[in-house]
Design a protein around this ligand. Structure first.
Ligand code: MG
Length: 380
């Protein structure tokens, strides 16, 4: 049984429903059905072989987008339950939030956006929505996964103004500076908490950042001290883990407490009132926001811009660009189904139609498949 939900939580009763109406599920609720459809999607399975920060084949001990998404869902569910929000919806959004990510993390996505600059661009949040709305083709009655409005609302975390204009009701909040439901806000913050902390963990284990460097982050330093005060002779591995689990707990606790205060201060009685606000209600206190921001900056300078990570991202850009140019230049390099679609869309919407099919194809690739394709098209 689900615990009783707060009046401002998303519920089936107040839901804007599915684009294509379907009979209600029998043994689960509508948001559990969404979660299950996401887990059974091809895009979800491919997350296993997509980079978070480290290229998938660099080692088996680093996060991939799949394990990242599972960690986001774990953190998101805890927060949702603590705030009497809809845990199933939160889980569905968290598991789906990165479905549109290209191979090779942010470097891949930025380069694909550049490749697409004359063809409408490439935005990974919008691509996640595109995956669940259009690209997953396996149901007989509808295109995509036909998810609930609230799940789609949560997946679309960011969106440019021009794209928002094309999205109708779902895009309106980006034009009006309004908010999504609280479950979407929780998923967004759970993503932040998850990746900052697991990047510290992966960065340490990869030897790209050191504990001494990390002491410059007050958030890390504070928790590290509390661990050393409790256990004097702890070896490095449990020391790191004990520190990181305390960081996560500290952030989650602050987020839950601050959000609770925000909710009681603003007093929304339903999800529409949440959506009508100008600011999110799910946030850190000002002090903890600062600490979290400091850690993010630390990671940007010391990890994401580390020479070793940069070598990988330079290579990633070259791979994405080469693939895009090759497929645009010679459609015979595409698999036959994709080729047929690219010819059809070229005919219907010109060269940008073809480019979109190519971008969808590249975005769906795993790291290792992209690398193998890169070798193949260079020989062609
Ligand atoms: Mg993420």
């Amino acid at each position: 049984m689900m615990p009783a939900l707060a009046s401002y939580a998303a519920t089936e009763a107040t839901s804007k429903g599915r684009a294509f109406s379907e009979p209600a599920p029998q043994h689960r609720n509508q948001y559990q059905r969404d979660r299950d459809r996401i887990i059974h999607s091809a895009a979800f399975r491919r997350l296993e072989y997509k980079t978070q920060v480290f290229v998938n084949h660099e080692g088996d001990m680093f996060r991939t987008r799949l394990t990242h998404s599972i960690e986001v869902a774990q953190i998101g569910r805890t927060i949702a339950r603590a705030l009497d929000l809809n845990e199933d919806l939160t889980e569905a959004i968290c598991l789906a939030h990165d479905l549109g990510h290209t191979p090779f993390g942010h470097a891949g996505q930025d380069r694909l956006n550049l490749c697409m600059k004359d063809h409408g661009g490439f935005e990974h949040n919008l691509q996640s929505l595109r995956v669940v709305d259009v690209l997953e083709e396996k149901y007989a009655d509808f295109r995509g996964l036909n998810l609930m409005y609230e799940t789609r609302e949560g997946i679309l975390k960011h969106c440019s103004r021009s794209k928002a204009l094309e999205l109708g009701e779902l895009g309106r909040r980006f034009l009006e500076g309004k908010q999504p439901g609280l479950e979407a806000q929780v998923a967004n913050m759970a993503d932040e908490i998850a990746y900052n902390n697991h990047d510290v963990d992966d960065g340490l284990r990869a030897g790209l950042i050191s504990v001494d460097q990390l002491l410059a982050s007050r958030l890390f330093d504070m928790q590290r001290r509390s661990v050393s005060a409790k256990w004097r002779d702890l070896t490095e591995k449990p020391m790191a883990h004990e520190t990181i689990r305390r960081m996560i707990n500290f952030l989650v606790s602050d987020l839950v407490n601050t959000s609770r205060q925000n909710i009681s201060h603003n007093g929304p009685v339903n999800i529409e009132m949440v959506r009508g606000l100008n600011k999110p209600l799910i946030c850190f206190s000002d002090e903890v926001y600062e600490l979290q921001f400091e850690l993010k900056r630390f990671l940007r300078v010391n990890l994401y811009q580390h020479d070793k990570v940069k070598q990988m991202t330079d290579k990633a850009r070259e791979i994405i660009q080469t693939l895009f140019d090759a497929y645009m230049h010679d459609a015979d390099l595409l698999p036959s189904e994709t080729r047929t679609r690219s010819d059809r869309d070229h005919e219907n919407s010109g060269i940008s139609g073809r480019a979109r099919v190519v971008a969808d194809y590249i975005a769906g690739m795993t790291d290792r498949f992209a690398i193998a394709e890169y070798e193949r098209v260079r020989k062609a």
